[in-house]
Design a protein around this ligand. Structure first.
Ligand code: SF4
Length: 343
């Protein structure tokens, strides 16, 4: 698809919403405020303040707007609300479930798979997802902030088998347009790097982050750019997200989705069918459906393997193949994601 550059109006009077950085600074971090915004009462939840202390509630208003008021079981709310089950210690669950720490080569650079490396560009996210596999990750010691870029770039330069760099986090799109431009420019200067992949939840939790400046920077890159978004439920994809994703699509950015299969949120066949349809309508292909990573504090979200395999079979009966995501598990030490039917 030809790449389209978006022209920013010199003085746009149409967009009256606060900028994305202001929205980011106004995320809700107090449970009482979240409940008040949603007309819910504390007794609706088995809330646990220690769970919240360990991994603080964080949710932007743009995401809260998509949660049904008065519904304590809303699938978007359950992804962000700290609950008492998180405090149960579960055998087989740990704080580094996919072996990130042993794949660390320079601060914040993980080299697990042939031909690609992953950069933890920041420890910050716009939202805190309770099931996050990096909820215990020691970001202070393990991130490739600007000061560590030189080491990461040097590592990539000396290994010409590396064709692809994945920007991850945290969420790489919380970095400013200027910082991202600087980092991408450095990656573009390495001849053997041909692909740039960004993993971000911002297109569905803070769609105003998809600025014209960002879209244009990605569009003019000499690298083949792919953005892997992270939506778990069709309700996360409404008109602002469709508009943001449309800009990226129009600029020739490949758009894929990875979701996590979550008990109580998207384990029913209709949830998955609706998600695939909503993604495709927004120009995004379903890529992976991850079995839950066994991270301590998230065991209550787990869906049994047999049930997950049945779910995929049902999806295959109802959808064309390109709308059925690959059901996979990431296993520490493996050289790629493991298909669930091989587990
Ligand atoms: S946005 Fe991604 S990295 Fe951040 S908390 Fe959610 S799942 Fe984890």
């Amino acid at each position: 698809m030809p790449k389209t550059i978006i022209i920013e109006p010199a003085n746009s009077v149409l967009n009256l919403s606060p900028g994305w950085q202001q929205q980011l600074s106004q995320t809700i971090t107090e449970t009482s405020q979240l409940l008040q915004a949603l007309n819910l009462k504390p007794e609706n939840f088995a809330h646990h303040s220690e769970a919240n202390r360990q991994f603080k509630l964080k949710v932007p208003h743009a995401y809260i707007n998509k949660i049904e008021k008065g519904n304590a079981h809303d699938p978007l709310l359950l992804q962000v609300m700290a609950q008492s089950q998180e405090m149960q210690l579960t055998e087989g669950y740990n704080t580094d479930p996919v072996g990130d720490l042993s794949a660390n080569k320079t601060p914040g650079l993980l080299h697990k798979y042939h031909g690609r490396v992953l950069l933890i560009t920041t420890g910050s996210c716009a939202i805190h997802c309770r099931y996050c596999f990096r909820r215990h990750f020691p970001y202070q010691q393990q991130q490739a902030g600007r000061k560590q870029w030189a080491q990461a770039i040097a590592y990539i330069q000396q290994d010409n088998s590396i064709k692809e760099v994945i920007l991850s986090g945290g969420d790489p799109l919380v970095l400013s347009d200027n910082k991202l431009d600087e980092l991408i420019t450095q990656l573009e200067s390495i001849p053997h790097v041909t692909r740039l992949r960004l993993h971000s939840r911002l297109p569905v939790v803070l769609p105003d982050r998809i600025t014209n400046t960002l879209v244009n920077r990605l569009a003019i890159s000499r690298l083949n750019v792919c953005l892997v978004i992270h939506a778990n439920h069709a309700n996360e994809i409404t008109s602002p997200e469709i508009k943001a994703l449309g800009k990226l699509k129009q600029a020739g950015i490949h758009l894929l989705n990875q979701a996590v299969l979550l008990n109580g949120i998207n384990q029913h066949i209709d949830d998955q069918l609706n998600l695939s349809e909503a993604l495709y309508s927004a120009g995004v292909l379903p890529y992976y459906l991850h079995l839950l990573d066994p991270v301590q504090g998230a065991a209550h979200f787990n869906v049994k393997l047999d049930d997950a395999l049945k779910l995929i079979k049902q999806m295959q009966n109802k959808l064309p193949g390109f709308l059925v995501p690959r059901l996979v598990r990431e296993i520490a030490g493996e050289t790629g994601k493991t298909p669930a039917n091989e587990l």
